[in-house]
Design a protein around this ligand. Structure first.
Ligand code: TLP
Length: 342
């Protein structure tokens, strides 16, 4: 199968498997797993943050951040297609007792400007308004098609938010893709964010795991919440060993995924009935509209599946994600197979 459903489907490389087999381990709930500790130190160093915590999933990393930055009864601001809003099962309300105020990014980029955020804020409002507690950003923005937020843009949002006493959390599940696309370090891209979550298990290819970063105090508290949520793992250096390789080696190859995404986007753009803005494909996510084909998304995905290609449909769009387990030739094959639409 050519699996373009997500970059979450990537399998660990032989080098990762080797490192996993040889990993030194200890009980991480006691903070005694040397490989986890190494991964946390390395991540903190790369992002120039005080501390980092290995968490089982990106969702858990995001939700711990929401929990720690807010109080029950507050609101958090997120772009309306953001992952924390749409794909984390209402956990902010379940775990943190907060409401989500989704805000539309008017240019479709998914990157909120301060002018878009400002009218949604509840600060110094009458006591019966729901006060804003946190701003969440997402870079790259998954459902805006892998769009990227520049370091300056992020810095501007953080600067104004901080002046108002608001923390900023970055869902950087794919921040390394943004870093490659913008040719800017992950540290620069997240410099003023109070916390950052990034995934080892997406484009970076590790089998599982995400990192949460922030101040030392924040990460100490995050460790408590990780355990509370059932995420205190034991000899998890086995996974961290793969994570270390993901961190050191995988970013070097992400540009290939981006080239493949462009190639895919270019290919599908020539198919009648499909619309896609080629300029917007800058990382590894390709989302195209199939309204003009006269077919339903599910029918197209089913037909593709029967021919050996997996993709996911959302409404009138289909998402295809390139990653290290898909080759350029497989991308060409996918475009060719879509010819049933012609
Ligand atoms: N995204 C998954 C699905 O949940 C939609 C995917 O296939 O793209 N933040 C962002 C921006 C994400 O895209 C995801 C996963 C997460 C957080 C959650 O990560 P996990 O799956 O590790 O909980």
């Amino acid at each position: 199968m050519i699996d373009l459903r997500s970059d979450t489907v990537t399998k660990p490389t032989p080098q990762m498997r080797q490192a996993m087999a040889n990993a030194e381990v200890g009980d991480d709930v006691y903070g005694e797993d040397p490989t986890v500790n190494l991964l946390q130190e390395r991540a903190a160093e790369l992002f120039d943050k005080e501390a980092a915590l290995f968490v089982p999933t990106g969702s858990m990393g995001n939700q711990i951040a929401v929990k720690l930055h807010t109080k029950p009864g507050q609101e958090i601001i997120i772009e309306e297609r953001g992952h924390i809003f749409n794909f984390e099962m209402g956990t902010p309300s379940v775990v943190s007792g907060v409401m989500i105020r989704p805000v539309r990014s008017m240019d479709g980029s998914g990157m909120l400007t301060w002018d878009e955020v400002a009218p949604a804020l509840h600060i110094d409002q009458p006591y019966y308004a729901c006060p804003t507690g946190l701003i969440c950003l997402e870079n790259t923005h998954n459902f805006a098609g892998g769009s990227v937020m520049s370091a300056d843009h992020c810095a501007e949002i953080c600067e104004i938010a901080h002046k108002l006493g608001l923390p900023v959390h970055m869902d950087g599940a794919r921040i390394f893709n943004a870093s490659v696309a913008l040719n800017t370090s992950v540290a620069e891209l997240t410099k003023y964010c109070d916390s950052v979550q990034f995934c080892l298990s997406k484009g970076l290819g590790a089998p599982a795991g995400s990192m949460l970063l922030g101040s030392k105090d924040f990460i100490e508290e995050a460790r408590v919440w990780r355990k509370r949520l059932g995420g205190g793992m034991r000899q998890v250096g086995i996974l961290a060993a793969a994570g270390l390789i993901a961190l050191e080696e995988s970013p070097k190859n992400l540009h290939i995924d981006h080239e493949n995404a462009k190639r895919l986007a270019q290919g599908v753009s020539n198919i009648p009935g499909i619309s896609i803005d080629l300029e917007k494909v800058v990382t590894n996510i390709v989302i195209f509209d199939i309204s003009g084909t006269g077919m339903e998304t599910n029918a197209i995905c089913a037909k593709l599946k029967a021919q050996g290609v997996l993709a996911i449909g959302f409404g009138k769009t289909i998402r295809m994600v390139t990653h290290c387990d898909v080759t350029g030739a497989e991308i060409d094959k996918t475009v060719e197979l879509l010819s049933f639409l012609k």
